[in-house]
Structure formats: structure tokens, C-alpha cells
Design a protein around this ligand. Structure first.
Ligand code: ADP
Ligand code: MG
Ligand code: MG
Length: 492
């Protein structure tokens, strides 16, 4: 089994000089192959001069139990289907969002767009889902049980790092071959081989989703739009999608901010075709619009509504976006709810096995009970608001202080979740060219690709994987947020 006991000397204990050499190989390979992010501009420097730095990476792939990896793959088509089914259940969404809108202004405004477009009539029947379901391994405290996977969250908007994740896989393959670190005398070679690094289609899968959606839109010369945040540092992860789309599907992609789309776009004809500078837009792919900071003025909200009203295929459409809220995740964990949306009991059971304890913090008896439990045993929980992008959660010892300052209404904007406890491993991370060694934990993400028109499903696939690794003592896990590094799983 690929845990610390079974791989006692993993990663191989390289002497300092060899470790430096390996790091130099990693950094230069990353720079040479586009495994990069925009470098922060130092104060006073000219921001118009382009500069990049290597993406933060783990030097060695991190062991991950094969059984758990395969289970996550098996779950993905079920989650893709589940998102679509829920998104089309107007009654369910209305019930959940009516009460959430009262306590969370941001989700409330998204829901306003949903309601407006629902009343007006949804003009585009094709749905494109490019999701990512994230998992941590869990071992109960003081237990020697085998780890299981538990879902952290399901992202339905702007799931990032698909391109850089693929490149990290290639980096680890290169390093293993070039420096032969798998052959190190301390490792139980030949047990570890390059076959233990599973192939990763994540460089192609997002482009495939957009490309196939474009084909179904079926207007030659139409284009795709990526909605981006001004000043995005993770721009190259996004550019790789653009290049794949162009090379494989011959589709041009425009990178535009929400405000630019409103300035340059118009809706044409009864079918509300989205035209931007006389180019018809087949697909709008959002890599922005998930955080309140993406809406600095009413203009961005107007833009989001404008896009949603159009006939372009939206990824995500507003219903998919709402299904990705933490509130929906929490409600699904209630008895009978998954079963309401999933036909086969065995599928519902599989999905449920990946859920950890999830609790509402509302004004109901159950909500008060959960709040009480969180005050008594904060170390067992994490509190999550309806936010995306990392850095928003409240953990363990911070919970009582936070809870005591909140009204019941404010509390209700959060969900409570059991803390997942991944078994720590040792690895070496490289950030800004510096080596950071220590105990780490990894979060596995599986991309999901979905394309459908009403009941007809065109694509329901795994879209490859992402492994993010962070220091074991850090609560949060985002790469862009500065907590984690890109990694790839080693399945001995
Ligand atoms: P976001 O949408 O902002 O990414 P997440 O739900 O993924 O929100 O939470 C951010 C990070 O917090 C995760 O990447 C993970 O490292 C940590 N985290 C979230 N939920 C849990 C949990 N139940 N147990 C342990 N860690 C968690
Ligand atoms: Mg998220
Ligand atoms: Mg997350």
C-alpha cells in the first residue's frame, strides 16, 4: 500500500547537491514547457514588461492509494449526471435558493439572474459542464484503518489547473527518467516504475468539452469566449486550453472581461445570438464570475445577466453555477436527497460513500444542534461560506469565536462540515525556486466533462486529474491562493 509505512524512504533521501540539481531540472523544465504563472510585479516595476515564474510544484509525485484514485474516477460520471439532474429541477433549486438568498447576498444575486432567465425562457437547450470534484483521503483519528476518499467539494465553475496539472505529470515523468530517482537504493525498486504515474488527459479535456459544444452549436466561423479576471496570474493554464481548442477544433477563443463583453457585445435576432464585434459567440466559458470581487460594479452584474440571456452555450449556465454551492452539497447529504436525483440505488450508495458529515447552521432544531456541537467540539469541524477560490473557511479552534459573533441569519450563510483528516506524507515542494521540505497532505481533483441537450447526453466523461499538495499543518489548499503546490499521484 502506498502509505508512509509501506514506502519508508519515500521520497528518496538525496544528498544536498543532488537535491539542488533535481530542483534546477524541475524549475528549468517548467519554464521551458509552459508550466508557468505570471510573475508578480515588484513594487515600482513596469507591469507592461512580461515576466513569468515556474508554477509551484512538488519535486516528487506523492503516493496515493490506487483503490481510492480509481474510486474517484468511477464517481465522476455520476457527479456529472447529478449536476445536470439537479440543475433541471426547478422546484428543488427554487426551494433551496429562496432561503439561501435571504442570508447570502452574492448567491442571491446569482439566483436573481436564474429567476429572470427562467421567466423569460431559457434560450439555449445545450448544457456544457466542466466540473472538478475534489477529495481528501481520510483516516479516523487514532485509527490504523485503510484511508478512504471523502469529497471536499464539487466545483461547477472555473475549475482551474487542468493544463498545468498535465504538465506536472510530464515534469515528474521527465525527472524520474532523467535523474532516475525511482532507482534510488532506499526505494523498494523495481516496485516503483513510471507506470505508477497514471496518464492524465487534463490538457485536452477542457478543450474537448468546449470544442464539442462548439460543434453542436453548429455555426461555422463562430468563436468561443473565455471570461477572465483582469490581471489573472494563472493565465497560461488558460492559454493552453485556448491553443488546444485552436489546434484540435480550429476554434478561435477570445479572452474578455465581463465588462468588455457588455461593452462590445449585442444580442441579435429573436433567438438572441451573442455577437461580439460582429463575431457570433458559440460558447462562453467562465474563468471569472465565481467571487464577489469579480463584480466590482453593477456593470459586471449586467454583463452576467446579458450573457445568460443569450443563445450562447454557457459553461456554466446559471443553474449549474448554483448547483455548485456548498449549500447544495450539504442538502444532498440529507437522507433521501441523493436518492431523489439518482435512478440506481447502487449509484446513490457510491456517491454517498464519498460524503463526510455535512450540517446546516440554520434556525431549525437541527441547525441549533449543529451549532452547539461545533461550539463543544470545534476541532472536529470546518465552517464554510458560499464562496469559491480558497481562503474563506473557518477551522477548528477559530469556530467558537466566529460563531459567537454571528446572528442566526449570518450563521445560516455557512454550512458545517466534518474535518477530513488525511494521513500525512513527506515530500519536497518548490516555490519561487526555493525548496520547502516537510509533512504534506494531498487533495485529489477529478475533472468531469459533460455535454447534453435536454435528455440527450453527448459527453459524460472523466477529464483527467489534479493533485494539489500542501503543508500538513496548513488548513487551506488552493494553489492560486498560495497554500498548495501542483503535484501528481504515484499509484504504486
Ligand atoms: P473553495 O471552493 O474555496 O476551494 P473548499 O471547500 O475547497 O473551498 O475549501 C478550501 C480548502 O479547505 C480545501 O482545498 C481543503 O484544503 C480545505 N478543506 C475544505 N473542507 C475541508 C474538510 N471538510 N476537511 C478538511 N479540509 C477541508
Ligand atoms: Mg470551490
Ligand atoms: Mg476547493
Amino acid at each position: 500500500m502506498p502509505n508512509t509505512q509501506a514506502l519508508p524512504h519515500y521520497p528518496p533521501p538525496l544528498p544536498g547537491a543532488q537535491l539542488e540539481e533535481l530542483k534546477t531540472h524541475a524549475v528549468d523544465w517548467a519554464l521551458a514547457h509552459g508550466l508557468v504563472v505570471r510573475a508578480p510585479t515588484p513594487a515600482g516595476a513596469d507591469s507592461s514588461v512580461p515576466a513569468v515564474t515556474h508554477a509551484p510544484v512538488a519535486l516528487f509525485p506523492s503516493p496515493f492509494p490506487r483503490r481510492c484514485f480509481e474510486q474517484a474516477l468511477q464517481l465522476q460520471p455520476l457527479f456529472n449526471q447529478l449536476v445536470d439532474t439537479i440543475a433541471r429541477d426547478h422546484g428543488f433549486l427554487t426551494e433551496v435558493m429562496d432561503s439561501l438568498a435571504k442570508v447570502d447576498d452574492f448567491t442571491g444575486r446569482l439566483y436573481d439572474i436564474y429567476k429572470r432567465v427562467h421567466e423569460e425562457g431559457v434560450s439555449q437547450p445545450i448544457s456544457l459542464g466542466l466540473h472538478r470534484s475534489d477529495y481528501l483521503l481520510h483516516v479516523p483519528q487514532d485509527s490504523t484503518a485503510e484511508p478512504i476518499i471523502q469529497q471536499v467539494e464539487l466545483n461547477t465553475i472555473a475549475s482551474s489547473f487542468s493544463s498545468l496539472s498535465h504538465l506536472t505529470h510530464d515534469l515528474h515523468k521527465f525527472l524520474a527518467k532523467r535523474t532516475r530517482f525511482f532507482n534510488h537504493e532506499s526505494l523498494p525498486s523495481p516496485d516503483i516504475t513510471l507506470d505508477a504515474l497514471p496518464d492524465n488527459v487534463s490538457l485536452h479535456s477542457i478543450a474537448k468539452g468546449i470544442g464539442k459544444a462548439w460543434e453542436h452549436y453548429n455555426v461555422p466561423e463562430s468563436v468561443a469566449v473565455m471570461v477572465v479576471q483582469p490581471g489573472e496570474r494563472n493565465a497560461f493554464d488558460q492559454r493552453w486550453i485556448e491553443y488546444q481548442l485552436f489546434e484540435t477544433y480550429n476554434v478561435r477563443l477570445l479572452r474578455l472581461s465581463m465588462a468588455e463583453i457588455l461593452d462590445q457585445g449585442k444580442l441579435v435576432g429573436n433567438d438572441k445570438r451573442l455577437m461580439i464585434n460582429n463575431l457570433e459567440v458559440a460558447v462562453v466559458y467562465f474563468r471569472a464570475g465565481y467571487a464577489p470581487t469579480d463584480f466590482p460594479s453593477p456593470k459586471e452584474w449586467d454583463a452576467r445577466l446579458f450573457i445568460e440571456r443569450s443563445n450562447a452555450i454557457k459553461c456554466p449556465n446559471i443553474a449549474y453555477h448554483l448547483v455548485g454551492t456548498k449549500k447544495v452539497q450539504q442538502i444532498l447529504a440529507k437522507p433521501g436527497l441523493v436518492e431523489r436525483f439518482v435512478e440506481k440505488q447502487s449509484d446513490a450508495d457510491l456517491l454517498r460513500q464519498s460524503f463526510t458529515g455535512l450540517y446546516e447552521l440554520d434556525d431549525s432544531p437541527a441547525g441549533h444542534e449543529a451549532a452547539k456541537l461545533a461550539l463543544e467540539h470545534p476541532e472536529r469541524f470546518v465552517m464554510k461560506p458560499q464562496r469559491e477560490g480558497g481562503g474563506n473557511n473557518i477551522y477548528g479552534e477559530d469556530i467558537p469565536g466566529a460563531l459567537s459573533k454571528m446572528s442566526v441569519t449570518e450563521r445560516n450563510a455557512y454550512i458545517l462540515m466534518d474535518l477530513i483528516r488525511p494521513p500525512p506524507l513527506t515530500n519536497i515542494m518548490v516555490r519561487h525556486g526555493a525548496i520547502i521540505k516537510g509533512e504534506v497532505v494531498s487533495e485529489l481533483g477529478i475533472y468531469g466533462i459533460w455535454l447534453s441537450r435536454d435528455d440527450e447526453v453527448y459527453l459524460n466523461e472523466n477529464g483527467g486529474h489534479l493533485l494539489r499538495t500542501k503543508a500538513a499543518n496548513s488548513n487551506e489548499g488552493g494553489v492560486a491562493a498560495g497554500f498548495a503546490v501542483l503535484d501528481s499521484p504515484l499509484l504504486p
